[in-house]
Design a protein around this ligand. Sequence first.
Ligand SMILES: *[C@@H]1O[C@H](CO)[C@@H](O)[C@H](O)[C@H]1NC(C)=O
Ligand SMILES: *[C@@H]1O[C@H](CO)[C@@H](O)[C@H](O)[C@H]1NC(C)=O
Length: 398
Amino acid sequence: MKLWMLFGALAVAFPTLPAEINRNKNRGRGSMWWGIAKAGEPNNLPPVSPAAPHMDPAVHATLRRKQRRLARENPGVLNAVARGANQAIVECQHQFRNRRWNCSTKNFLRGKNLFGKIVDKGCRETAFIYAITSAAVTHSIARVCSEGSIQSCSCDYTHQSRAPSDVRDWEWGGCSDNIGYGFKFSREFVDTGERGRNLREKMNLHNNEAGRAHVSSEMRKECKCHGMSGSCTVKTCWMRLPNFRVVGDNLKDRFDGASRVMVSNSDRIRGNSNMITSNSASNSVHGHREGPGRKHRYNFQLKPYNPDHKSPGAKDLVYLEPSPAFCEKNPKLGILGTHGRQCNDTSIGVDGCDLMCCGRGYKTQEVVVVERCACTFHWCCKVKCKLCKTKKTIHTCL
Ligand SMILES: *[C@@H]1O[C@H](CO)[C@@H](O)[C@H](O)[C@H]1NC(C)=O
Ligand SMILES: *[C@@H]1O[C@H](CO)[C@@H](O)[C@H](O)[C@H]1NC(C)=O
């Protein structure tokens, strides 16, 4: 447990915000697409036909014009985006399960944001939401390409080794997950509407890019041996996406060490952060149109708020303002508060009762939980369990 985490958790919302942050309250509808994660759930959008979710008018209403065009021109992507959005929610709630802000989502209603009003604030939590959703779309699209369920992309077959073949003991072969396509598609789809015109849009763009970079950089080579009884006379290798949990863990680390930034006087060209897309250019995103200024959208360098800190790197998360305390319910800010949350009475971390309950105290109860236990495997193929009652002590915030 690092000390600053304790202080971070005790931070109170900054009373007066810099003017630019206030002006950016109206962020546009750039992030409304998150809502398609809940399409088809009760109280949400009408059920979506898995074969053609892009045909559904309610789904269309959550998308911007450009996103609709991408969906239309790349059949199959909308399912992958919905899958990605769900993966992002699951991962976010896992990473934040023991924190005051626990990444809860709302029933999606048209015109409302899936993660609620917290994203109106340029705080760390918002940074994480943008990064994890952008990463999840990148991941999901790259995987779906190699599964063959999108017409406009396929496995990435572009890997080529530079070493001469008599030096290598393996060959590129097989089906690589198409990170190049996933990365480009995520930029086109997720970044729609974020033009980098103001600080908040730059924050969103930076965190979206960071999310994608965390997927790219965890790509790993996987190999398989061929030849008589596994003799490995021929070895073929391909690039495989990371398990999304790895991306979530890494982004959570970046959340803990996120950089607070402010406007830079000179928008310098950022160094090398765009290299990731260059080496796997297989398949192009249909509906991608090069417009004026588009190339420069990612070429900015955010300045650290504290001049003694170093500038954020491409994989760092950035934020503009301190987080609210998340202690008390505040519907205006979309905060649920921590009354009734479970806490750990022996932990001194953010899940501990002191911090979780914001010093209000907690109550302790003995509860009987029924769990599956003493499971046995029966040939073949059943697992039989008993139901056991165990007593547990739980603590909940007052
Ligand atoms: C998050 O916490 C709220 C109470 O603050 C609780 O109602 C909700 O079920 C929690 N959500 C998740 C996903 O854990
Ligand atoms: C509570 O926190 C302690 C110390 O961090 C930890 O060892 C323990 O596993 C936690 N208990 C639960 C139920 O999470």
